[in-house]
Design a protein around this ligand. Sequence first.
Ligand code: ADP
Ligand code: GLC
Length: 523
Amino acid sequence: MSQGRRPQTTSRLAPRRRPGESATARLRVLFLINEAEPLVKVGGLADVGGSLPAALREIGLDVRLALPLHPTLRPLVKGERPSAALPISGARGPQTASIYTRRLGRVPLWLIDGPPLREADHIYHTRPEEDAGKLVFASIAALRHAAHCGWVPQVVHAHDWHTAAALHWMRSEASSVSPLSASAGVLTIHNLPYLGQNAGAALREYGLPPPGEPDGPAIGPDTPYAYVPEWARDALLALGIASAERIVAVSPTYAREILTPEYGSGLHGLLQARADGLTGILNGLDVRLWDPSRDSRLAARFDATRIDRRARNTAALRVGFGLDGHGERPLAGIVSRLDRQKGLDYALPALEGWLAAEGQLVVLAAGDPELQRAYVELGERHPGQVGVRIGYDPELAARIYAGAHLLVMPSRYEPCGLSQMIAMRYGCLPLVRSAGGLKDTVRDAERPGGTGFVFDAATPEALAQALARAMSLFAQPRRWRLLQLRGMKKEFGWANSARRYKQVYQQAVRARARSARLTQEAR
Ligand code: ADP
Ligand code: GLC
């Protein structure tokens, strides 16, 4: 995920095992991810890491979650002896990986530590190569630990470039004596442009030279690397795409978009070659966490039957941001990373139009320093009408979803997007660009079953037009209410998507068995 993002952590760990819980005969899945709410969160990756493993366990899978021991997680294991210590061979001699075991809710959790993780002072540094060493180390250590404790997963499920090296390792010479070389690999792509490039040094360090190098795997036409462009041979995500039995994009539209040059980040050829094994599965939400009828962070809890109470959250939000409380002005909200992806640069001129039409705005965002400045200045130019908080604040985020009338998400690309789904559950209408998961989850007010506002071009003009449409619909409270209620009643949980993942795992296991058979026959 994004380099330069800053972590947030809390430590709600529940060491609870269900009575009689047994792992036998259940599909074993090792889930490798770099963020998991509530332990460590930078963006939506953490929402998925914190909720999908639990949803998979709920449908009967034996899932274990491995997470690098990020600097902010260190206090959790202070003074404790690790449950396992394993030597990981490196170019400069073996390094010891320490594994601390916990539970995240009901999901067994392995926190992975070792020298390269201790050297890191952030989750994400500015350039991917600064993080590649620790991430390759953590990925290999998680796989080695599984073999070491005799729990051999049938599926290793990696997420984004951070853990993709695990899939490459499973297909490499280095793993040939490991029982995990027979496991199937699944890769979920949450954000394609973050490729994890320039990881050659890290790969060499841990005995995985990039394909095409003298000691690395061959790159001939019959190899998995045939479609990896030369420049991407040291990009961890490209190697994961080449090695995985099955690939998942986090929405059906994104699964199609990444096959095109416009959204393919230079890997569209590779992805097209793997299109048979690529599918789109929409993320779900942790609907217990994101529930306006139980959310204690709100000024007033509400649901579809008590939606009038929602106005108290709007009033509290206005007070919190020092906004003028008079009149029936629509209040737009932004809760976002500030990154080119999110389109909040071209949004600025369009938002001026919204403000000129007497709309109000609250912003909670962090990221690109120039954009941070631009939003702070917008707030200074419009006191009483615009409130801006730069930073990361989950509680304030919830208050914005619960109090703003409109959530603005003009993303240039959006693999899935969780904020628009949270907004809908909280009765806040999403205004989104028609891309990726935004297209799959929000239906325009002018269409039957509408739940928000959708526009096409990533331009200030197109966004301004959508904002103007929202403004005029806001003047028709009954229609507005209908849209709110529709969004609040939509099904955003994991149940369907978890079942789809289970099918993908089963397909991956079959594909792995098939290719092992073919390799055997060819010998
Ligand atoms: P992305 O992962 O690309 O950032 P998503 O919409 O998938 O976008 O997920 C964003 C998640 O991060 C949501 O849970 C949202 O509420 C949260 N979030 C984003 N920015 C902030 C912020 N500044 N403070 C608190 N939560 C934030
Ligand atoms: C990435 C994407 C976002 C997606 C999230 C979880 O951060 O930018 O669209 O919702 O991952 O899959």
